[in-house]
Structures are given as structure tokens and as C-alpha cells.
Design a protein around this ligand. Structure first.
Ligand code: MLT
Length: 262
């Protein structure tokens, strides 16, 4: 079912009396990156996803966002839908949001799934790279930016041997409004560091990473596993950063196993 909440496009699947899971997509993607997981889980769980403000089909608004305003949106969706102790599942930028949402309001959530993400804020070098991407969008357009950035998110094998899948994601990213994409870059470069909070996470946590993730490599995710008490760590073989798209069966299995033990 499609709903509009505070100018955001929200998609629900399954029976709302079941355990809710809310899926938060990465940058510069949209809710469809979770399609394979939702297909797999919707008979047993109430699956909710949405397009982050400024990306996909959600309103761009004034194009000025912070990680804090993204988390306000997330908490508002949870409140509007009256979700009780949802499992929060975020990939990369969705994970940045998840860390801050847990730091702000851990009691809201029943469990946490972190895919291909990190708790650290951007370094100075990282902030300057984001600034150069904004400049690239201004000077060369959104297509040039997507052509240079999105391939870094996928394993070489996926790009070469599953080019239809890769091209369809690439083309979809190019349909984003440049104002929303630049706003997301500023929200990411200005986000806070949640590393010091990790040892306070007491809800069950699953950590998933692609073996060949170049953006948030297994070593980065392993350190999350070491810092978050009782977390479970799963490496997805032959995948880059976009594990739910690149290796949906393995990700589905990891999530199903985790959910069954809650
Ligand atoms: C993402 O997948 O959300 C992005 O790679 C995150 C980032 O650029 O830091």
C-alpha cells in the first residue's frame, strides 16, 4: 500500500498485526533497493519502507536536510503508522540514520539491522570529497555524478556479469532531483559520530557486509560487531556495498535467521 506521510512516499506490505520492520535505503537510491527482501519477508512481517526526503518519489522540499531532519522523518513515519517496536534496517546512509535514531530513541525499536555502513562521521578528507561531488553535479550534471559514484558501490563482478541489473539501478539513480541529491550529500557530511554510543546498544543487532564492499569494508563492519554487545556479524560473499541488491538470497537468509531468533 502506498501512503503519503509528511510529503514522503511510504510503502507498506503485509499484515499490520505482525512484527514490523522498517527499511531505510542508501544514497542515492530509493525504497526499491529493498524489493527482494520485502518480497521474501512480507508474509511473516509487516514491512514498511519509504523514499528518504529528496530522493526517489518523495518531495524535495527546500533541499536542505540534516541527518537529524532525516531521523525526524523516520520517527514521524513510525509514529503515524503506530508501529510497535519495529526492527530498524538501514543500509549505508540508511545506517547513518539508524545509528542516530537509536542514539536518540533506542526504546522505540525492537532490533537493529545494519548493512554496509559505519558509525564514524566523515573525516575532513571525506567532507571535501562530498564538496567535490556537489561541484560535479553543479558543473557536469546528475548523470555524470551517478556514472562516477554508483559503480563504486557495486562489486566488479556484478557490473560485468549482471549488467542489466546494474544498468537499471544506475538509470534509476539518474532520475533523482539534483537538489535532493546535493541535500543528501550535505546531510551526510554534517552528520555526527555515533562511535561512542555503540557499547550502549542493547537491542539485538545484525551486521551485514559485502565481502568486496569498497565503501564500508568488512574490517569497518567487524569493528562495529566488536563494539555492539551481542551483535551478529555476517559477511556476504561475492558482493560489493549493495548487498540487498547484489546478493538478495544471502541477505534474505541472514535477515530471516536473525528475525526468527528475536
Ligand atoms: C550509501 O550507500 O548510502 C552511500 O554510499 C553512503 C556514503 O556515501 O557515505
Amino acid at each position: 500500500m502506498l501512503l503519503t506521510i509528511n510529503d514522503l512516499q511510504v510503502f507498506t506490505s503485509g499484515d499490520e498485526s505482525k512484527q514490523p520492520i522498517i527499511f531505510v535505503h542508501g544514497f542515492p537510491y530509493d525504497h526499491t533497493m529493498w524489493d527482494k527482501q520485502i518480497d521474501h519477508l512480507k508474509d511473516d512481517y509487516y514491512c514498511v519502507t519509504y523514499d528518504i526526503r529528496g530522493l526517489g518519489s518523495s518531495s524535495v522540499g527546500d533541499g536542505q536536510y540534516t541527518m537529524e531532519s532525516y531521523v525526524d522523518d523516520l520517527l514521524e513515519i513510525i509514529s503515524e503508522l503506530k508501529l510497535t517496536k519495529p526492527v530498524l534496517c538501514g543500509l549505508s546512509m540508511g545506517g547513518y540514520m539508524a545509528f542516530r535514531a537509536i542514539e536518540r530513541s533506542q526504546d522505540t525499536f525492537g532490533a537493529l539491522i545494519l548493512s554496509d555502513t559505519r558509525a564514524e562521521a566523515d573525516s575532513d578528507e571525506g567532507k571535501l570529497i562530498r564538496a567535490s561531488k556537489i561541484k560535479q553535479i553543479n558543473e557536469e550534471g546528475i548523470e555524470a555524478f551517478v556514472d562516477s559514484f554508483v559503480p563504486t558501490c557495486f562489486a566488479h563482478d556484478t557490473i560485468v556479469n549482471r549488467s542489466d541489473l546494474f544498468q537499471s539501478v544506475l538509470n534509476k539513480c539518474k532520475t533523482n532531483d539534483p537538489i535532493g541529491v546535493k541535500g543528501a550529500l550535505i546531510a551526510m557530511l554534517s552528520r555526527t559520530d555515533t562511535t561512542n554510543y555503540l557499547s550502549n546498544i542493547s537491542i539485538p543487532t545484525l551486521i551485514i557486509v559485502g565481502e568486496n564492499d569498497a565503501l564500508t569494508p568488512p574490517a569497518v563492519m567487524k569493528s562495529l560487531n566488536e563494539s555492539i554487545p551481542n551483535s551478529k556479524f555476517v559477511v556476504i560473499s561475492d558482493s560489493g556495498h549493495m548487498t540487498p541488491i547484489e546478493k538478495p538470497e544471502a541477505v534474505n537468509e541472514a535477515i530471516s535467521d536473525f528475525m526468527k531468533k528475536l
